[in-house]
Design a protein around this ligand. Sequence first.
Ligand SMILES: [Zn+2]
Length: 57
Amino acid sequence: MTPDAVIRLMCPNLKCKSVLSVPKEARGRLIRCRNCGSTIQVPQKPAQASTQKPNAA
Ligand SMILES: [Zn+2]
C-alpha cells in the first residue's frame, strides 16, 4: 500500500472546493476539476510542508 500514490488537491474555486484525487504522475501538469471544470495545476511537491531543519538558529 502506497498512500502517496495519489495527490489530493482542493479546487481553488471558492464556489466548488471539491477535493480532487490525482495520481502523483500528474505533478506539474494541469488537471480539470470534475465538478466545476476549472483548470488546476498540480504542484510538484505534496502540500505537506514539513520543514525539518537542523537547529541552525
Ligand atoms: Zn472545482
